[in-house]
Design a protein around this ligand. Structure first.
Ligand code: PMP
Ligand code: GLN
Length: 379
């Protein structure tokens, strides 16, 4: 067999969750809540199943859901997308990202990715024959050096992948970053895939800054989000892609033959649930309480905590505890101390020999307290 992805193994999320389960460790590695989703959402889904909404949904998504998404995006981000031809419901953000990349990238096209990046971008580019060009974001602030972006920019650049709030660093991109992106792409045919799955989880009363807020970026962008993060339903795998008509037309050509359509009763349930805007407006406060508790408590241990501006992750440095590689350290932390986390280096394409790990704090208060009790003993 000739592998198209010879260097890929199981994802770090599967690996660390399996290790956590094997050793009964508290799982702060893979990003998912350990509390349940709203009961009303389950009841709604069940009621639609009982009413017989059990066959294929329209290819691009249930009308009501696309309308509610349009309303939510307009209210929250003041950006307007038409439900008929600019919004597509997808099987999670991962499928949306793959679909957007697949409908743009041809062999030898270059794609600019920040390093570190969430793990599903590069394999999708590789499968399409594209070439990933990385721009390093380095600890501790992980800010974008736009001169470095210009250095990897070429006539072959076809796509830039943005992600704000950023996983794994938990930093958010600024207005200045967007202005730089506008300058860089003005007068070109470059596309943007903007992964904004944590758009509702921006802390400290800051507004989420989306590429969709900038007309010059919006016209070339696929903006992707996920209900998994919004309503604590990562296992339901429903997300969406916002893009201008021309881009959506191409997106749907791929979507149609990748999944055709997405889970019907869940789409109806989500459409009803989205009528209550407090269901998502309170999300930032909800997770900020968890961030504050966890960051403050972790700061009393030998770990050095880095700021988290959004998402449900935070990074910490363990230099004061160990000089082992982050991969060794996370294994040891899981097996010996009973807390599973993610090593930061796995998100880098270019080697990073620094000592950072990622914690997920989307967990019950008691889980976080138990984890802190264990982490306090690490030395
Ligand atoms: N992008 C980022 C940055 C993520 O953290 C995740 C994981 N939730 C995804 C995409 C994938 O989202 P989904 O589970 O909806 O496919
Ligand atoms: N997005 C989640 C994380 O960053 C993981 C999703 C997955 O397991 N693919 O932890």
């Amino acid at each position: 067999i000739i592998s198209k992805l010879p260097n890929l193994n199981n994802s770090i999320f599967s690996t660390m969750t399996a290790l956590a389960n094997q050793h009964q460790a508290i799982n702060l590695s893979q990003g998912f809540p350990d509390f349940d989703c709203p009961k009303a959402l389950v009841d709604l889904t069940y009621s639609y199943m009982k009413k017989g909404y059990n066959q294929y949904a329209p290819m691009h998504g249930v009308q009501q859901l696309r309308e509610r998404i349009a309303e939510m995006v307009e209210k929250q981000q003041q950006s307007v997308y038409h439900p008929d031809n600019e919004i597509t419901v997808t099987a999670g953000a991962t499928q949306a990202i793959f679909t957007a990349i697949a409908c743009i990238i041809r062999p030898d096209d270059e794609v600019i990715c920040f390093d570190p990046a969430y793990d599903c971008y590069a394999p999708a580019v590789d499968l399409c024959g594209g070439l990933v060009k990385t721009v390093s974001l380095l600890p501790n602030d992980f800010s974008i050096n736009w001169d470095d972006v210009k250095k990897v920019f070429s006539h072959k650049t076809k796509l830039i992948i943005m992600n704000t709030p950023h996983n794994p660093t938990a930093r958010t991109f600024s207005d200045e970053d967007m202005q730089q992106l506008i300058k860089l792409t003005r007068g070109t045919d470059i596309f943007i895939v903007s992964d904004e799955v944590y758009d509702k989880v921006v802390f400290d009363h800051k507004q989420h800054i989306s590429v969709a807020n900038y007309p010059e970026l919006k016209e070339r962008s696929f903006v992707i989000s996920s209900f998994g993060k919004m309503f604590h339903i990562t296992g339901w795998k429903v997300g969406y892609c916002l893009a201008p008509t021309k881009l959506t037309t191409e997106f749907r050509k791929v979507h149609q033959y990748l999944v055709f359509s997405v889970n019907t009763p869940i789409q109806y349930a989500l459409a009803d649930f989205l009528r209550h805007e407090d269901a998502y407006l309170s999300l930032a406060d909800f997770f900020q309480q968890k961030r504050d508790y966890f960051a403050d408590a972790l700061a009393t241990t030998p770990f050095e905590v880095l700021p988290s501006g959004g998402s449900y992750f935070l990074l910490a440095n363990y230099d004061r505890i160990s000089q082992k590689s982050d991969i060794e350290f996370t294994k040891e932390l899981t097996i010996k101390h009973g807390v599973a986390t993610i090593p930061l280096s796995v998100f880098y394409k270019n080697r990073l020999d620094k000592h950072f790990i990622r914690f997920c704090f989307a967990k019950k208060q008691e889980t976080l307290e138990q984890a802190i009790a264990r982490l306090t003993k690490v030395n």
